[in-house]
Design a binder for this molecule. Structure first.
Ligand code: PMP
Length: 396
């Protein structure tokens, strides 16, 4: 077989690989608890499901416009004004099949071979891999628990070179749950103001899953707004991962470039989903708020359980639905048969012995940690954490 060299440049998503292994173990009859998946375990709110059913009945079954239905692009603008006080027009919006496609379109539209893309680390798994797929060069800035896993303006300034094309980050962050404040974003904006060749991808898909108050977007700083591309979507905040809807908000030239790419690769996003998305984005956020309240409750429990495990330290996340504990004190330890040397091995140790799926920190560029998602019921979280504690106790 002769496959392209492109395939050698990047790896498959570690998050999906772990979930697949969990499914395989479950198929063999094991009681596997899933704490690996990056999706709400809640159902899509009723009024949004109704809108999707209505769209089917009304025969929204034809090819939609590549950029998205005009009234959906309008609805995205309404949302951006309502939630973020940002002014955009439909020409600033492109709707895609999930935020993942929005990101892939954007990178393909901006990044040429050899262009540098600055990525604060830990980062969401796909950032570095999509950059590599596009022959860009990921430039990581490693952050630490001490800085709340947030990059500082000085660190970004030091990483910028004449080859820097793009800075990409998420707030709230997957995997750390870090949320940037307005002051921190303002300091970053000061740096970008000095470097007009740098675009900024602001991934805000966890916007609603925020435990500290108001979501802040770096697009609020007017003089860099033209170079900011907001990424957002319905997957997390509306429990609609399977519907596959993401969008960008950015300068019309960038939107057109992404539309050109999307027009050759997938065409417009699913028509039924788009109709449901209009309702999601323009109606009551009460179901999303109720979901976040439940996540906040689970976060409290999982933080308490982590604190009871010797040798683990963990920052309290301000957003998203993950904890990202430092488990590196277990490296080099053994249960008499197996020695655990890194985050990959610790995840597999937990999966094999506790039958709990988590994700290796290595996938996010931080080998000292693992990611545990609290996208499961409180009782499963309690049991999963108890099992993790029991198997880690065997490592001496
Ligand atoms: N950005 C981040 C930070 C994510 O965690 C995810 C999903 N895990 C996405 C983008 C993509 O979301 P989707 O394609 O489901 O819209």
């Amino acid at each position: 077989m002769s496959l392209s060299s492109r395939l050698q440049r990047f790896s498959e998503p570690e998050t999906l690989r772990m979930a697949k292994m969990g499914r395989e173990l479950r198929a063999k009859g094991f009681d596997v608890i899933d704490l690996s998946l990056g999706e709400p375990d809640f159902d899509t709110p009723e009024h949004i499901k109704e809108a999707a059913k209505k769209a089917v009945d009304e025969n929204w079954s034809h090819y939609p416009p590549v950029a998205g239905y005009p009234d959906l692009r309008e609805a995205v603008c309404t949302k951006l004004k309502r939630d973020n006080n940002l002014d955009y027009k439909p020409e600033n919006i492109l709707v895609s099949t999930g935020a993942k496609q929005s990101i892939a379109n954007l990178i393909m539209a901006l990044v040429d071979t050899g262009d540098e893309v600055i990525i604060p680390t830990p980062y969401w798994v796909s950032y570095s891999e999509i950059v590599k797929m596009s022959e860009g060069v990921p430039v990581m800035i490693r952050t630490s628990a001490a800085s709340g896993y947030k990059v500082t303006a000085a660190e970004v300034e030091a990483a910028i070179t004449p080859k820097t094309k793009l800075f990409m980050f998420s707030s709230p962050c997957n995997p750390t749950g870090a949320v940037y404040t307005k002051e921190e974003l303002s300091a970053l904006a000061d740096v970008f103001r000095k470097h007009p060749q740098v675009y900024i991808m602001s991934d805000e898909i966890y916007e609603y899953i925020n435990y500290v108050g108001k979501h802040e977007s770096i697009a609020q700083f007017d003089d860099i707004k033209d170079r900011v591309i907001i990424i957002n979507g319905l997957s997390k905040g509306f429990a609609m991962t399977g519907y596959r809807l993401g969008f960008i908000a950015g300068a019309p030239e960038i939107v057109k470039a992404c539309e050109k790419i999307q027009g050759q690769i997938t065409s417009g996003a699913n028509a039924v989903t788009q109709r449901a998305a209009i309702v999601a984005l323009t109606t009551d956020l009460a179901p999303s708020k109720a979901m976040v309240k439940e996540f906040a409750e689970r976060k409290k429990v999982i933080m308490a359980r982590l604190a009871e495990i010797p040798g683990i330290t963990c920052n309290e996340p301000d957003g998203a639905f993950y904890v990202f504990p430092d488990i590196s004190s277990y490296f080099g330890k053994s249960d008499g048969t197996t020695t655990v040397n890194n985050s990959d091995e610790l995840c597999f140790y937990i999966l094999e012995n506790a039958h709990v799926t988590t994700v290796t920190g290595k996938a996010f560029g931080e080998d000292k940690c693992i990611r545990i998602a609290y996208t499961n019921s409180l009782s499963k979280i309690e049991e999963g954490m108890a099992r993790i504690k029991a198997v880690l106790a065997k490592l001496k």
